[in-house]
Ligand binder design. Sequence first.
Ligand code: TYD
Length: 219
Amino acid sequence: MGKKRGFLITFEGIEGCGKSTAVRSIHQYLGNLGRTALLTREPGGTWLGESIREILLNPPDTEDIDLTEEAFLFCASRAAHTRKVIKPALKGGYDIISDRYLDSTFVYQGVAGGLENDELDYLNRIATYGLMPDLTILLDLPVDEGLSRRRGAGAMNRIDKKAITYHSKVRERFLELADMQSDRIKVVDSSGSREMTLKRVKAHVDRLIQQVSDRKKKK
Ligand code: TYD
């Protein structure tokens, strides 16, 4: 009998949604269940991806990277990540937890407006080699709460309207996507306590594990 394939679980959400805490906790949780899990992120996860991350997040002031170039860079990072890390690890029986994956490109680059939805879908299909997550957790909370969490209490009055409008569009688009792909993308309200959020996320992970074990029994 071949080794069992692991799960690909991805986390998405707006700034300050609690992704970094959630990915670490779920990584640990899967370990406690006796599974071997790998924590990774996008852009990043490989030499190429981390180099692209550096370019995208800290471009020199003198350079402008346009929306098309940006979409390709995120997707180049994803292609390397999928080919070199995610696919081999899944095959080796590891679960993968990725802090962002294809949905971020669809949402962020879609909101930025450079490419059409079908173009972003097509790029994503190439970059992922068609590999879709088994489960995507969308951590959701009101934009002003996310931004003030990220920037520290009392910082809200320093956050400009433009930031709120932009992040609201990102949030809306994530929610629309979750609505369209509700089998895969589970929305978890992360506006409450950390414990409450983690409890909800764990329930989705438990359900995934259960579904797969039920499917195996039926075979
Ligand atoms: P990061 O510092 O990891 O932010 P966060 O903690 O919010 O994940 O930076 C990732 C940024 O890159 C984030 O603003 C979302 C953006 N992004 C895209 O625009 N497209 C993508 O495909 C990915 C993966 C990320």
